[in-house]
Ligand binder design. Structure first.
Ligand code: G3I
Length: 362
């Protein structure tokens, strides 16, 4: 465990100055950034806001239209995850129609700014287009559709993707395969191995991941992933990593066993990653978190970061958006919010400084 002590000390300064205010002395220097503070070999990422819930808002597309947002995105992060722009409904809107423009723009931006890209996602039960979920296909057709999608999408970005979330959220909380996943339901769980094989053929350099939420503590879901990972590796399937999304809520304890979970997969020889970290909280009347809430939130963020820092093969640490302005949280959890590390105007919260100082000390 590296860095925790420094983070706590700096946090105290921040809280004294008042929630959200820029502290007089932030460790790592006033103009330090997350990416500069990070130890060699650890990518610091964010979701790149666009699509999904943003389509229902009055503001224009955040990634393409918000220039201050783009500046912070370029300055602070060394990895970018398209929030929605590589999902099936976005990139594959018709059976014979692909729409690559928005994802291409993110990949281009990332290259221009020295950022890795985490591809998200190739096999998922959610955000699939109606032509797929409501269509009538034979098993052979469905298999061909998935193969074509993976070969086309992963192939287009061949050599430009650091890590692909090949299989996303394939188990439910009991560790059973999710039957909402059309491919698993219709073709059986063996399709997961095929998805990895196709993705590897399409982009041999990308690290291929299993990715899920609710795997921050040991339990049935983690057991299911470990069993699957062992099986895939034994069968020679190109699986390279296991990731915890880490969507956290302050209604539950901080993820103090996440390190143990990640270590189980590290022990199998896999990379590990945190891919979608955010920490939501119940907002007081008026909607502004208290300094105490912000301090607690910062410890949740650093608990997740410390877990990654403590595990050798954890090479990517991504937060699911960096400003509350564009967070998905209030749209899914109306009573909760303030889940990211920056306010709407990009001022930094205690959690930001806690992450930066923990990185600098690592
Ligand atoms: O389903 C409706 C559709 O009928 C309608 O036409 C469309 C138009 O606005 O909205 C559709 O639902 C939206 C959906 O994206 C699909 O575009 C939801 O309202 C919207 O809330 C949803 O948001 C995205 C969400 O994934 C969907 O699951 C968020 O932007 C995105 O941040 C979030 O990201 C996921 C990761 O990919 C996987 N892990 C969990 C994470 C948070 O949910």
């Amino acid at each position: 465990m590296k860095g925790n002590r420094v983070a706590v000390a700096v946090l105290a300064v921040v809280v004294l100055v008042g929630g959200g205010a820029v502290p007089a002395q932030a460790g790592g220097g006033r103009d330090g950034t997350l990416r500069k503070a990070a130890p060699h070999g650890l990518r610091i990422g964010t979701a790149v806001a666009g699509g999904g819930h943003h389509l229902e808002q009055e503001y224009p597309d955040p990634f393409t239209a918000d220039r201050p947002y783009r500046r912070v995105l370029a300055r602070e992060f060394s990895s970018a995850s398209p929030e929605n722009q590589m999902k099936w409904e976005f990139i594959h809107p018709g059976r014979y129609e692909y729409r690559f423009g928005p994802a291409d723009a993110i990949v281009r931006f990332a290259r221009e700014n020295g950022q890795a890209v985490r591809g998200h996602t190739l096999l998922w039960h959610s955000q699939n287009p109606a032509w797929l979920t409501e269509g009538t296909f034979s098993k052979a057709e469905l298999r061909a559709i998935l193969k074509d999608h993976i070969m086309t999408v992963a192939g287009r970005y061949r050599g430009k993707i650091h890590q692909w979330d090949v299989a996303n959220e394939i188990f439910d909380d009991t560790g059973a395969y999710r039957q909402e996943n059309i491919f698993i339901r219709e073709l059986g769980p063996g399709i997961v191995a095929d998805a990895f094989r196709w993705a590897h053929r399409a982009d041999p350099h990308a690290q291929l991941f299993l990715n899920d939420y609710g795997v921050d503590w040991p339990g049935a879901k983690v057991d299911a992933y470990e069993a699957l990972a062992r099986q895939l590796l034994a069968d020679g399937v190109p699986l390279h990593g296991f990731a915890s999304q880490a969507h956290l809520s302050m209604r539950y304890p901080a993820p103090d066993q996440l390190r143990t979970v990640l270590q189980r997969f590290d022990d199998l020889g896999l990379h590990t990653a945190i891919t979608e970290l955010d920490v939501r909280m119940d907002l007081p009347e008026g909607g502004v978190p208290t300094p105490e809430q912000l301090a607690t939130q910062a410890t949740y963020y650093t608990t997740a970061l410390d877990a990654c820092l403590a595990v050798d093969g954890c090479n990517s640490f991504t937060i699911w958006g960096f400003t509350d302005k564009y967070s998905w949280v209030p749209h899914f959890f109306p009573a909760e919010g303030a889940a990211t590390v920056m306010w709407d105007d990009f001022r930094r919260k205690p959690a930001y400084y806690a992450l930066r100082d923990t990185l600098a000390a690592a």
